[in-house]
Unconditional design. Structure first.
Length: 166
């Protein structure tokens, strides 16, 4: 009798372990890209985006993965999705690349703009002829604006304490 119980326990644990592996594999929805890629970095405020673009043979079956999440899930707002896609649309390359992005720091808007700059720079590495089109659209210019530092004696960067007459 005890041998049968042990065998049943082992079978149950094995089935739990295999189902746990399936769950872990299902969680990582991001596709792993392989092959030749073009790499560039984009920055905006405190956001940094590391972008890799992979040329694909089948046009129209492109995927964009941001921080190992689907593109639509990471940037749910359509305005941000359009911001990220702008360099591809501006050069007529939409659907011709798989894009893998690691982005960190800042807020969601500055992350989207950092990805846009990184994608534009990677497209220029792929083909130098895109430089003029991307520069005319303003996608190759790093927006240098950042938060101004707080100064001593002031409440914020420029806000002075309230003045009291007496």
């Amino acid at each position: 009798m005890p041998v049968k119980k042990v065998v049943k326990k082992v079978k149950k644990e094995a089935s739990k372990a295999s189902s746990a592996k399936e769950v872990k594999e299902a969680k990582g929805t991001a596709a792993k890209f392989s092959g030749q890629y073009f790499y560039a970095v984009g920055k905006r405020k405190t956001s940094v985006a590391q972008v890799r673009i992979y040329p694909i043979k089948e046009e129209g079956k492109s995927k964009v993965v941001v921080n190992e999440k689907e593109f639509d899930a990471y940037f749910p707002i359509i305005r941000l999705q359009n911001t990220v896609k702008d360099p591809l649309i501006g050069t007529g390359q939409e659907g011709k690349f798989d894009i893998s992005v690691k982005v960190y720091g800042g807020g969601i808007s500055s992350q989207a703009e950092a990805v846009r700059l990184g994608t534009a720079r990677a497209l220029v590495k792929f083909d130098q002829t895109f430089t003029k089109a991307l520069k005319d659209l303003g996608f190759l210019t790093r927006d240098s604006r950042a938060v101004e530092r707080k100064k001593p004696g002031l409440k914020k960067a420029r806000r002075s304490p309230q003045w009291a007459k007496r």
